[in-house]
Structures are given as structure tokens and as C-alpha cells.
Design a protein around this ligand. Structure first.
Ligand code: AMP
Ligand code: ZN
Length: 459
């Protein structure tokens, strides 16, 4: 199924052609690990996980390389470590571990490579040296700056005028800059700040050069897809293009620039600085990861997504409906029917990751599962429902387990059901009824089977 992707560079949807179908390469800007990820950050991860899954399905898992970096050197990290009274390495190790756990709990596949900025300092220094050698950068007062005037295409990706760029980047006018639009590649570190020896003295890299150096190290000079939230288009991605193209003698850098839209609260972007955020970690304490994931997929990745309790409730209802359809008794059904029923979901996702349309197809398939009286047809459609959902990272759970509300206190419930079974066997019916009533009061419904076993689910 040919894939079409919206390319921020051309501002239109284009047929995706990989540079090398045996190695499709994608780089996505990862978290700055100073704090826990909020649910807007999680949206970006889920959006690119969906693209990764679609690419793996189309080209084969072994032919796709997904790199998502960890920014573990940045001024926000220095400030947060200072505020917490925590060592920088301890802070970044702790937040990276929680980030990985939370993203896995949202059913995101781990990227193939997760490079850390602190492990690529020599590559950053080497790239900066090349930029200086080519007159694209200059050193001044312990800083190295990219000379924006030396790259005529600067602003082409974000389509901004010079004036807008300067205003948008809130650039500092500093005495060591030739031009206020020039941006930092390297800056000096004071003795208590993290720093590395370099030809310009002890210092640390700017944020933008980190991604240029890490993408070059793991994907080469020219690769297929570069992603991130739409807030990164300018200045971060614009600066990455400038650095990489100039460091690579003018060669093309990225074919497709893909950006996810914002997750908002009351129509305002969720962000750390505004304080209107909830972390993925705390949301996961309250809702199953699959519910959160579905809620994040319920709007097209480029559209804004307003985060509400209602959206989470709807996601839970959809999952309950689908898992109920999967739990219906069936027989192994015809493969052709499975493939036909899966095709619309594949087509929807291949069309610029149209997840809302793909989800509408899941509802249709589940509806047919519920309606058919043919056990083989039902079996084929259940397989189709599972396979379609798998492309979205959904419905991987055991239906019975899901309908029972997870395993949390399942063993305790099962012990009480066993005690009731024993009471019935011993004709202590009052005890048996009491246990059933207690479970019912907790929302646990029992269904006795003719063979003497008892099934249970949450009401
Ligand atoms: P940061 O840690 O702020 O650099 O963000 C990490 C990733 O999350 C980047 O790709 C951002 O563009 C993305 N991001 C940040 N806030 C939001 C939001 N409210 N909605 C969607 N994506 C976001
Ligand atoms: Zn980046």
C-alpha cells in the first residue's frame, strides 16, 4: 500500500519514496530529560510510533531504523538539577528511566537507537569544526555561532521572513554575535556547569547541533523522515537544516519533515512553562495505558487535540466494545475475509496516518463481529479486528483480562469465587449468596457455567 505523508517542507501531502527501501530511516527529536513527560509530549511519541508501525508493516521491521534521541545536556537540566539539589547525572538517569517506562506503558515500541547527547560530544565538536572551516560558523569569546547569512536557504523550511525569525526565536542580542539571528553551536561552561574540552575552551553544545550530529552519526548525511512537534519547526528544525546542509557540503539533509499538532487544555497548548500540564506518569496511575493511547490517537496527528476526561471515557467505552467483540465464541475463519476486513484500516493509515478513519473501521469490523451468526465468519473478523488494531498499537490484551478490568486484584477475586464455589458444593447457600452479593456491591458480576465453573467481569 503506497504511503502518502504530509511534508512540512513542501506544505502538501506527497507519495513517500524511501531513499533506500532496505533501510528506511527516521529521526525524531526526543525528550529533554529534566522532568517527567507531560501528556502532550506523549502525543508526539505516539504519533511517531504510529508512523514507525506503518513503515515497518510496509517495508519490513528489519528495514526500518528509528532514532529518537535523549537530550541530556541542556540549560533546563542544569537549572532543574540545581533546584532539586540533585546531581545532573542522577536527574537525567531518573527521568530517562521513567520516560521509557511510561512510553512503554502507552504501548510505544522502543526506537531502534536512542542516542544520548552526552555520548556524542566528539561528533558535535567535529561538525562545528567543519562549519568553521567552511565559513558557516565563527568563534567569539568562547562561543561558536552559526552565521545565518552564510546559508541563503535559511527560513525555507519554516517559511519565515528574517524579521519573523528574529522575533520568533526571541534571539538574544549579544556582543559576540555578528548578527542577532546567528545561533549558538557551542558555549562556555563555568566550573560548576557541565563541560567538555574543545578547541574553543571548556564548554557545552547548543541544543540544535546535538540533533544534527546524532542524526548524522546514526542515519548518515541524508535520510528519509525527520519528526517532532510543530513547535520545533522553528527555530530547532530550521537550524538543524542549516547546520547539516552546510556541514555536508550543500547536500540534501531530510526528504520528509513531519510535525505533530499540539495537545491542548481548554484550547491552550499544554506546556511546562504555562503550568497547565498533567504528566503521562500520573495519568497512567488513573487510566489504563491503552485508554490513554486510544484517546491520543482519536484526532488526526496534525490537528489540535483537546485533552478532556470525556475523551478518555469515550476511549474506554470503545475498547470495552472491541474487547467484548473479541471475547465472543468463534471458530477459525477464512483468511481472505480477514484480509478484506483489514484492508480499509491499512488504507486509512497509509493516507497520512488517518487514525480517526482507521478507528471508525475498527468500529465497523466489531459491529460485524457482533451481528454475524456464523462462527467462522466471526472468527475471521476477530482476527481482522486484532490485526487492524495492532497497526495502531491497540487490542493486544487478552479480552477476558481486559473485561475483568486488569489483573490488579484478580487473584483475590478468584479466591473469593472459589470460596463461594466451595460453599455451594457444601450446600452452605447463605454463605455463597453473601459472597456473590459482596462481589456485586464491588461491581463484580458472576456468571455460572453449566460445567460448574464461574466466569466474572466488571459491571
Ligand atoms: P520538549 O521536551 O519540550 O522538547 O518536547 C518533546 C517533544 O514533545 C517535542 O517533539 C515537542 O514538539 C512535543 N510537544 C511538546 N509539547 C507538546 C504538546 N502540547 N502537544 C504535542 N506535542 C508536544
Ligand atoms: Zn532535535
Amino acid at each position: 500500500m503506497p504511503l502518502a505523508l504530509y511534508n512540512s517542507l513542501t506544505r502538501r501531502k506527497q507519495a513517500f519514496e524511501p531513499i533506500d527501501p532496505d533501510n528506511v530511516r527516521m529521526y525524531v527529536c526526543g525528550p529533554t530529560v529534566y522532568d517527567l513527560a507531560h501528556i502532550g509530549n506523549a502525543r508526539a511519541v505516539v504519533a511517531f510510533d504510529l508512523l514507525y508501525r506503518v513503515l515497518r508493516r510496509e517495508y519490513g521491521a528489519e528495514h526500518v531504523t528509528y532514532v529518537r534521541n535523549i537530550t541530556d545536556v541542556e540549560d533546563k537540566i542544569i537549572d532543574a538539577a540545581h533546584a532539586n539539589g540533585e546531581a545532573i547525572a542522577a536527574l537525567t538517569a531518573r527521568t530517562t528511566a521513567i520516560f521509557r517506562e511510561d512510553m512503554a506503558a502507552l504501548f510505544n515500541l522502543p526506537p531502534d537507537v536512542e542516542p544520548r547527547a552526552t555520548e556524542h560530544i566528539p561528533q558535535m565538536i567535529a561538525m562545528i569544526e567543519r562549519l568553521i572551516a567552511g565559513d558557516h560558523a565563527y568563534a567569539a569569546q568562547g562561543h561558536v555561532l552559526f552565521r545565518v547569512s552564510a546559508y541563503p536557504d535559511y527560513g525555507k523550511l519554516s517559511r519565515r521572513s528574517r524579521k519573523e525569525m528574529i522575533a520568533g526565536a526571541r534571539v538574544e542580542v549579544a556582543p559576540y554575535k555578528e548578527d542577532p539571528g546567528d545561533f549558538v553551536l557551542w558555549k562556555p561552561s563555568s566550573p560548576e556547569q557541565p563541560g567538555w574540552d574543545s578547541p574553543w575552551g571548556r564548554g557545552r553544545p547548543g541544543w540544535h547541533i546535538e540533533c544534527s550530529a546524532m542524526s548524522e552519526a546514526h542515519l548518515g548525511e541524508h535520510f528519509d523522515i525527520h519528526g517532532g512537534g510543530v513547535d520545533l519547526l522553528f527555530p530547532h528544525h530550521e537550524n538543524e537544516v542549516a547546520q547539516s546542509v552546510c556541514a555536508h557540503g550543500g547536500k540534501p539533509f531530510v526528504n520528509f519533515w513531519v510535525h505533530n499538532g499540539f495537545l491542548s487544555v481548554d484550547s491552550t497548548k499544554m506546556s511546562k512553562s504555562l503550568g497547565n500540564f498533567v504528566t503521562a506518569h500520573e495519568t497512567l496511575q488513573e487510566w489504563p495505558g491503552e485508554v490513554i493511547r486510544l484517546a491520543l490517537l482519536s484526532t488526526h496527528y496534525r490537528d489540535p487535540l483537546d485533552w478532556t476526561e470525556e475523551r478518555l471515557n469515550q476511549a474506554r467505552q470503545s475498547l470495552d466494545r472491541w474487547y467484548r467483540a473479541l471475547a465472543l465464541p468463534s471458530e477459525i475463519g477464512p483468511v481472505g475475509l480477514t484480509a478484506d476486513a483489514t484492508a480499509p484500516t491499512i488504507a486509512a493509515l497509509a493516507d497520512d496516518l488517518n487514525a480517526p478513519l482507521a478507528l471508525a473501521h475498527l468500529h465497523e469490523v466489531a459491529g460485524t463481529v457482533n451481528r454475524t451468526s456464523d462462527a467462522e465468519e466471526r472468527g475471521a473478523l476477530q482476527v481482522a479486528l486484532r490485526q487492524s488494531a495492532e497497526m495502531l498499537g491497540l487490542l493486544g490484551d487478552d479480552p477476558q483480562r481486559w473485561l475483568r478490568g486488569g489483573t490488579e486484584d484478580a487473584s483475590a477475586i478468584e479466591e473469593r469465587i472459589a470460596a463461594r464455589g466451595l460453599a455451594r458444593k457444601e450446600r452452605r447457600f447463605a454463605d455463597a449468596d453473601r459472597i456473590r452479593a459482596e462481589l456485586a456491591a464491588e461491581g463484580i458480576v458472576l456468571e455460572d457455567n453449566p460445567d460448574g465453573t464461574t466466569d466474572w467481569r466488571r459491571a
